[in-house]
Design a protein around this ligand. Sequence first.
Ligand code: HEC
Ligand code: HEC
Ligand code: HEC
Ligand code: HEC
Ligand code: HEC
Ligand code: HEC
Ligand code: HEC
Ligand code: HEC
Length: 422
Amino acid sequence: MKNTKRIYLLLVIAVIFSLAAQQAYAKDYVIGEHKTTVAKPDPASTYVGSEKCKMCHQEKYNDWKTSGHPYKLNTPAEAQAFNSPAIPAPDGYTYNDIYLVIGGWGWKSRYMDKNGYIITKTGANKNVDGSNQYNIVTKKWVDYNAGKTLKYDCGNCHTTGYSLAGSQDNKPGIVGTWEEKSIGCEACHGPGSVHVSKGGGIGVGILKNDSAAMCGACHTRGTDDTKIISKDGFIDHHEQYPEMLNSPHKALNCVSCHDPHKGTHIGQTNPTEGAGIKAQCATCHAKQSTDFTGSTMQKAGVKCTDCHMPSAGKSATGDAAKFKGDVKSHIFKINTDVSANFFDDAGKFANGYVTLDWACLNCHPDKDKAWAGQYAKDVHKYVKAGGPAAAPPTPAPTQKSPAFELFFAVGALLVAVLARRK
Ligand code: HEC
Ligand code: HEC
Ligand code: HEC
Ligand code: HEC
Ligand code: HEC
Ligand code: HEC
Ligand code: HEC
Ligand code: HEC
């Protein structure tokens, strides 16, 4: 009898202790599509914000500012400041009626009302369904979940230090809270308070994770990272990780090619396509690069990525019949079989190889797969019949020798002096 009482007492104590322990951990931070628990560099690490990293890592900070990551969620003032020209507010709204702008950096923008709900009704009386997504390139309004009541439950991929508990700023339309808007330094490096308080240093209270899975936490879709989900005849956007897992590059990391701090897509703060690519195809595929040099298409300005990374993904705009989307694919391998299809029979998933329609027909719209199949096998070396023979690879520009320049300058001076004498 005495023993049972003691056990009960112990149990009660244990419960109290475990509750106290939960209090001590306060927030459970998660990240990405699968809402995985955030890895902390130190059990005591908390979030300090990207501005705190700036003083010691100015260059990385400046690079990061050129990328899309810091502009995922913007206050109306921020959205108008980084956009030139400023993206408009939906019809019937002014920026005073907007809580946050979602995106607007590279492809499209959506908007939250003052209660944190995604705006789906527009017009003077806010009773018109749709026209609620602004596409940057076409400058057109399109429908996104027109008329539906839509909570903003996207913070797990759009913010830093996301927690499923509560609502940011007590906005009823927002699911969860965050420590910093957008993809801050600590989204990839983990909460940095310990690193900062110790004055920084290699391996001191900070993570440096090169793995594709780290980026893949957010650059994926659905429950299974090996499945490339399709939508409306395109790969749905933000699926670079599943695409890569289906590609011959599955053993590479995203940062084998990407500088994670620089912009790659053309966007409001990055005017140069591919700026953040630090390893070009030719760096690792010298043979194909040499083969391609001097071919008809190389001379016409066609690039490796045009065939191997066609824009088979769609975020804002696209025309599936013309094999043109707006997100470059990361599948790379081209299947030259003319009967191969890009999507499975049900149209639910991409098969994991680039087919000749996507590789060739967006530039050759009047042709078909059978036509492309005739040339595909040796296309790197293809020289158009009747055209000029394969030119030798363009020689590296010859350096003018300093001696020559000196000789030329002295010569010019002499001529000038002689001319004056006359
Ligand atoms: C007080 C200065 C200081 C601040 C503030 C600071 N760092 Fe550092 N950090 C350093 C120093 C020093 C190193 C050592 C390497 C070097 O000299 O670049 C370093 C290294 C790093 C590394 C490489 C770690 C490794 O193991 O290779 C990362 C990543 C990093 N910092 C991220 C951050 C982030 C993110 C923040 C903001 C949360 C931040 N740092 C704030 C000084 C600082
Ligand atoms: C999208 C993810 C991501 C973001 C955001 C990010 N980093 Fe990094 N950072 C990385 C990765 C991955 C590496 C390792 C780079 C590599 O191996 O090429 C790295 C490396 C570093 C290093 C070590 C430099 C080196 O040469 O090894 C520092 C310092 C650093 N980051 C600071 C920052 C700061 C400061 C910010 C914010 C202004 C930031 N990072 C934002 C992913 C990120
Ligand atoms: C699994 C992570 C993830 C989730 C969940 C997610 N997004 Fe995104 N989103 C991304 C990534 C990554 C990109 C950019 C890369 C791409 O589109 O391929 C992006 C791009 C966008 C853009 C375009 C940004 C620009 O600058 O043009 C908008 C707008 C957007 N998302 C809205 C939403 C909304 C609204 C939700 C929730 C209903 C949501 N996203 C949920 C990861 C996610
Ligand atoms: C916390 C989620 C998250 C993580 C982790 C993440 N991204 Fe992103 N990424 C996004 C979102 C959201 C966008 C859309 C940003 C926008 O358009 O404003 C994006 C956009 C991009 C873009 C297109 C915009 C540009 O700057 O060119 C590239 C490239 C990119 N990410 C690469 C990476 C790489 C490489 C890593 C890993 C080193 C990584 N991302 C990790 C969420 C994430
Ligand atoms: C950092 C090095 C690296 C870069 C950069 C790189 N690749 Fe690769 N690539 C590899 C490796 C490693 C493999 C797998 C081994 C192999 O088959 O050669 C591979 C395989 C391939 C294959 C399949 C090869 C086969 O035999 O079927 C294609 C196609 C390909 N890459 C295209 C590209 C294109 C296009 C680019 C530029 C967008 C590129 N790669 C950039 C390293 C790289
Ligand atoms: C006009 C479209 C096109 C361009 C441009 C192109 N490729 Fe390819 N590439 C193909 C096709 C089609 C195949 C498949 C050939 C086969 O399976 O026989 C291929 C195959 C490959 C392979 C697999 C190995 C091989 O040689 O078959 C690699 C690696 C590769 N390309 C790299 C590159 C690189 C690097 C560049 C730029 C220097 C490039 N490609 C430019 C269409 C292209
Ligand atoms: C083999 C090299 C390579 C690897 C590996 C790679 N990328 Fe890329 N990525 C590129 C190139 C090249 C571009 C296009 C640059 C351009 O437009 O000129 C690109 C573009 C992008 C874009 C912008 C798409 C667009 O339409 O502009 C995103 C987002 C992106 N990559 C994310 C990732 C992520 C996430 C990973 C890892 C899962 C990854 N990349 C792995 C080479 C690579
Ligand atoms: C980025 C656009 C682009 C892509 C992608 C592309 N091509 Fe081309 N292609 C061109 C251009 C431009 C020319 C014209 C070159 C000329 O005639 O001066 C051309 C010319 C050709 C020619 C010669 C045309 C003729 O009338 O004789 C053939 C054959 C060809 N391409 C095959 C292919 C195949 C096969 C693929 C896919 C594996 C492909 N192209 C992908 C742009 C592209």
